[in-house]
Design a protein around this ligand. Structure first.
Ligand code: RIB
Length: 308
């Protein structure tokens, strides 16, 4: 039985509107199907891991507005343990999502409660120390991620970090505390200042991060699939599955969470990558971030239909 996963991060009310194309400056367009769906990179990753059967705690912060209770219910329904989900005065985090035809999105974040962290409570510090892995992203202050990663390192708990959520550089100290770093190709280019257009460039850039202490770099390549670069093995690639895309929101979160679940289960690097690509392929076929996280049984059925 794998040890529990702790996800520390953001939770957002995702405010969707569907459009044919982005408006030009000064232009007014009609949108449709406006809806609130639960999201936020931390909450999405916690929900994904729990739906994949992994015992998962989420540490995050809701505000005191009407979104908070709906988001708490959505996380609970996904099976996430909520002992470390706090409420702080003021608005909950929001993401304004412009969903375009073909599933691509443009997102504006208003951080709200995700940006109002204080000290790490003692109960959360104990949870970090007893976790099998800690999963982080970048929609909460970097200082909080650093404190959590330091506590994890002291307790010998591996930190998996999804680079999504902020374009700022990552501090060398934080980078040195991360076991598995997961950027997409543009995040990898920004982090390293290197080109990432070809496979060889991605491998070279990923290896440059490994000099900072990261053991594994897990690169999301969108339509080109994913590439795993680690000290232990030759780079491993997995193509994206040819599925019809409805909404890519949350697919990266689904991918990183599924990889972490498979890591906790002791699966091989190749199997972790296949599991993560399969979960993400299911995620992009539904609208919403948290609502599109697949169940374990759905991923296993998908994998048996797409044996490589
Ligand atoms: O990664 C997807 C998430 O990014 C959305 O759920 C939205 O909340 C934004 O944070």
């Amino acid at each position: 039985m794998p040890k529990p996963l702790l996800v520390v991060g953001s939770v957002n009310a995702d405010l969707y509107v569907e459009i044919d194309r982005l408006p030009a400056p000064g232009e007014t367009l009609d949108g449709s199907n406006a809806a609130m769906r639960p999201g936020g990179k931390g909450a999405n990753q916690a929900a994904a891991a729990a739906r994949l059967g992994q015992a998962t705690w989420f540490a995050g912060q809701l505000g005191t507005d009407a979104f908070a209770s709906a988001l708490r219910v959505a996380l609970g329904d996904a099976g996430v343990k909520l002992d470390h989900l706090a409420m702080v005065e003021g608005p909950t985090g929001q993401a304004f999502i412009l969903l375009q035809r073909g599933g691509e999105n443009s997102i504006i974040i208003v951080g709200g409660a995700n940006q109002r962290w204080g000290q790490i409570p003692g109960a959360l510090a104990s949870r970090i120390a007893s976790a099998g892995a800690v999963l982080l992203q970048r929609e909460i202050p970097d200082e909080v991620n650093l404190l959590v990663a330091r506590l994890a390192k002291t307790a010998n708990v591996p930190v998996v970090m999804d680079v999504g959520g902020a374009d700022r550089p990552l501090s060398p100290e934080l980078l040195g505390l991360v076991a598995v770093l997961s950027p997409n190709e543009s995040e990898l280019a920004r982090l390293t200042g290197m080109a990432t257009s070809t496979r060889d460039e991605v491998v070279t850039a990923a290896r440059s991060l490994m000099r900072s202490g990261v053991a594994t770099v897990l690169v999301k390549l969108g339509k080109r699939g994913a590439l795993l670069v680690s000290a232990a093995n030759e780079p491993i690639e997995h193509p994206a599955f040819p599925v019809s895309v409805v909404d890519t929101t949350g697919a990266g979160d689904c991918f990183t969470a599924a990889y972490t679940v498979a890591l906790l289960e002791g699966q091989s690097e190749r199997n972790r990558l296949g599991f993560a690509c399969s979960a993400a392929a299911l995620c992009i076929q539904k609208k919403g971030a948290m609502p599109s996280m697949p169940l374990r049984s759905e991923v296993e059925q998908f994998q048996s239909r797409h044996q490589r």
